[in-house]
Design a protein around this ligand. Structure first.
Ligand SMILES: [Zn+2]
Length: 251
């Protein structure tokens, strides 16, 4: 049915073993890239995925550690002969800036460039962005330093629910998005404006009735055992620390 591949697990300060947080969702029908920092092309190749098999791109918000790789991603897709259109989903705030970033590269002059379809999502709770025979994608605004969305994927055949908080402070919209989710990947940057501590990740997971909690977007100088220990103080279910190229089964 599907799996999530963690292409990067770090907060904004990456290191040689942890790229900035971004994810790849592989299903029967779609290959969805969620955010594209750094050089996503190399990470995607290392994960064994063909670049032009990507069907959709979701940008959660317009911070460099989530979108800086977009121009290179699109350039390399084109150089590798992409013909299929690419839908790019994001809030209006994100999409307008992504377009401006591409305009600086004068991408309209790239000959034979494939179609990019920008899809603006309203900054409102529980927006249905994708619905097909396989899955539903629902987004809600979360509480970060600029407009940002959290994502809820519901798989129609097996009922599995996977939720990604994106960058956020603890907020009721994530609890609502993550309601009874099988898997919640929550940012664990630490207790600061626009971010969450590991204890707060646990609180959100407990409140939402989540089955499995995965921590991502964490400071890479803190040992995974410490991160887990902090989240365990508020959540009694299984807790995992995402690492680069980790695969999470959605079956
Ligand atoms: Zn951010």
């Amino acid at each position: 049915m599907g799996k999530v591949i963690v292409l990067g697990s770090a907060n904004a300060v990456s290191d040689e073993n942890h790229e900035n947080a971004h994810l790849f969702l592989m299903t029967d029908k779609r290959n969805i890239l969620i955010d594209c920092p750094g050089n996503p092309v190399v990470r995607i190749k290392k994960a064994g995925i063909k670049l032009n098999s990507i069907t959709d791109l979701i940008l959660t918000h317009f911070h460099p550690d989530h979108v800086s790789g977009l121009p290179l991603l699109l350039l390399d897709m084109w150089l590798l002969g992409r013909k299929a259109p690419l839908p790019i989903y994001g809030l209006t705030h994100t999409i307008s800036r992504a377009k401006k970033m591409m305009d600086l590269f004068e991408w309209e002059k790239w000959p034979g460039f494939f179609d990019v379809e920008f899809i603006s999502i309203d900054e409102l709770p529980l927006q249905e962005v994708i619905s097909d025979s396989e899955l539903r994608l629902i987004t809600s605004p979360v509480k970060h330093l600029l407009p940002t969305i959290g994502l809820r994927f519901e798989f129609k055949q097996n009922g599995v629910v996977f939720v990604y908080s994106s960058d956020t402070e603890p907020t009721e919209t994530v609890v609502e998005l993550a309601n009874n989710a099988d898997i919640l990947i929550h940012e664990a940057n630490g207790n600061s404006l626009g971010h969450s501590s590991r204890e707060q990740c646990g609180e959100i997971a407990s409140e939402a009735g989540v089955k499995n909690l995965y921590l991502i977007h964490y400071p890479t100088n803190i040992a995974p055992s410490v991160l887990i220990g902090e989240a365990q103080s508020t959540f009694s279910g299984p807790i995992y620390v995402c690492h680069d190229f980790m695969e999470i089964d959605l079956n």
